[in-house]
Design a protein around this ligand. Structure first.
Ligand SMILES: Cc1cc2nc3c(=O)[nH]c(=O)nc-3n(C[C@H](O)[C@H](O)[C@H](O)COP(=O)(O)OP(=O)(O)OC[C@H]3O[C@@H](n4cnc5c(N)ncnc54)[C@H](O)[C@@H]3O)c2cc1C
Length: 453
């Protein structure tokens, strides 16, 4: 760590450099960067910054596409605050430091025969960052990472450590389980998990119309259901994951499972590299996109495989993109998807990455986009070099017409007035925030707009 030497230096300060989101959507050069390697050091640095009237934002891996993590004053880089200090194998829970990546968490859990119940499709995010935005996977029976949080420790602007759970400070707990980084810095999180299990994956190409017509039963009939649709094509790729806990390790589903090494090679080399290549070609020749999509769709052939859960939930990513994603009530999902399809086709929008459709159960955290309702998710992705915000803005109108709630970490243009109308506990969140951070130390411009502060 490079210690800065000015008299203004904060405890635990390191040299400030430009910080950029993975999707290259936002960047900032903070005035100060703290890189604590212990919870007391974190608390000391945050309190010192707050005493000087500086704003503080914690960052994880920068996997958000929105301006949520931006820290113009004091950026708290939590990458050294990682690891799993406490494992309760019998109670099936672990306490993990907030800067731990999902990948590290998976490895630590696997080493003691445990696993996360559900995961997003990438393992780069940190636990603190993932729960701040309600990061989710898919499956109507299996909630987001925020829903798996049993307790957490929050560092306030005064450097206090507040423990919260269902029993202790329950209101702060429901707010902080998806806290947008606006309540304080989460230092550690206790997560419910379960014994290691294997997942069987089936990836099949299906006619789109028929799939959307039967979407409700398809989602209800699978443990983890999702589908991908390449605009310009008449079919979709479904991905159906089945939990194999009750079956012996040696069990192999009928068919021809793809071996792990072959699958990873296939994902990394063919699917990612081919998609990257097609995107580069489409950047130079935009009118070729629908044809290239049809070619890409053809090359993603059906396959099935099984492996440890975390190796199947997450997929390798090589292609940089920008994403918007909305959560709609699950009963609105098919209608919202069809409206989006019509919009894309009528306006001739060229997407060279698939639209992704997933689902979640209703959950408690007040600002989880799945709060209080079974949810269908629709994500749109644009190759980062061809990112056109107008296309996402048009899609947002479709989602708003269906009561959509934006993914906090993805691109969106909503403000407090709209968010109030779709989150029944929005005012409760504002009240808790005002109590725990009355001076607004943990706000940035983006959060001020979201919360009308
Ligand atoms: C390749 C890729 C795949 C993705 N897949 C999915 C997916 O499958 N499902 C899904 O729901 N989302 C997905 N996302 C979005 C991503 O999960 C979220 O944006 C997530 O919040 C990013 O976590 P991060 O660690 O990078 O946090 P950052 O983006 O760095 O920060 C996100 C927010 O967390 C806050 N924060 C970070 N650490 C703390 C802390 N310790 N205390 C308080 N606040 C904190 C920040 O202030 C900020 O507000 C994906 C993103 C990418 C780039």
């Amino acid at each position: 760590m490079n210690e800065a030497s000015s008299p203004d230096t904060l405890p635990g300060e390191t040299t400030a450099q430009e910080w950029t989101t993975w999707g290259r959507t936002h960047s900032v050069t903070p005035r100060h960067v703290l890189r604590p390697s212990s919870v007391p050091e974190l608390a000391e640095g945050v309190a010192a910054a707050a005493r000087r009237g500086l704003g503080v934002r914690a960052v994880g891996a920068g996997c958000s596409f929105s301006a949520l993590p931006l820290a113009p004053d004091v950026l708290v880089d939590l990458r050294d605050l990682s690891g799993v200090p406490d494992v309760d194998v019998e109670g099936q829970r672990v306490t993990v430091l907030a800067g731990t990546s999902i990948r590290e968490l998976n490895e630590e859990l696997d080493a003691v025969g445990l696993a996360a119940t559900n995961l997003p499709d990438s393992d780069w995010q940190t636990i603190g960052g993932a729960i701040a935005t309600g990061t989710h996977g898919t499956g109507l029976g299996f909630g987001s990472l925020s829903a798996q949080v049993e307790a957490l420790t929050l560092v306030t602007a005064r450097g206090e450590l507040l423990e919260c759970s269902e029993q202790e400070r329950p209101e702060l707990f429901q707010a902080a389980r998806t806290g947008l980084g606006a309540l304080g810095v989460v230092a550690s999180v206790t997560l419910a998990c379960e014994p290691s299990f294997r997942l069987h994956a089936a990836e099949i190409r299906e006619p789109l119309g028929q799939l959307v017509d039967t979407l409700g039963s398809r989602m209800a009939g699978a443990d983890h259901f999702e589908f991908f649709w390449m605009p310009g094509t008449p079919s979709a790729q479904t991905r159906i994951l089945t939990r194999l806990h009750k079956l012996p390790e040696s069990y192999t589903r009928p068919g021809s499972p793809v071996a792990r090494t072959v699958r990873r090679l296939d994902d990394a080399l063919l699917r990612n590299t081919l998609t990257a290549g097609l995107n580069q070609l489409a950047t130079v020749l935009p009118r070729s996109t629908p044809g290239l999509n049809r070619f890409d769709a053809l090359t993603n052939s059906p396959r099935q495989y099984s492996d440890l859960s975390f190796r199947v939930f997450t997929v390798p990513r090589r292609v940089r993109f920008v994403s918007t994603e909305y959560a709609v009530p699950v009963e609105e999902l098919a209608t919202a998807f069809r409206a989006l399809q019509t919009l894309i086709e009528r306006r001739g929008y060229a997407f060279s990455l698939p639209v992704d459709v997933r689902c979640s159960p209703a959950e408690d955290p007040w600002l989880s986009p799945a709060h209080g309702r079974e949810t269908g998710w629709i994500a749109l992705r644009q190759y980062w070099r061809r990112y056109d915000p107008k296309v996402f803005a048009a899609a947002e109108q479709v989602f708003l017409a269906h009561g959509g709630r934006p993914h906090w970490g993805c691109v969106h243009t909503q403000d407090a007035e709209y968010l109030h109308s779709v989150y029944p506990r929005f005012q409760d969140f504002l009240d808790v925030r005002a109590q725990v951070d009355p001076d607004g130390v943990f706000l940035n411009d983006h959060v001020r707009r979201l919360l009308a502060l």
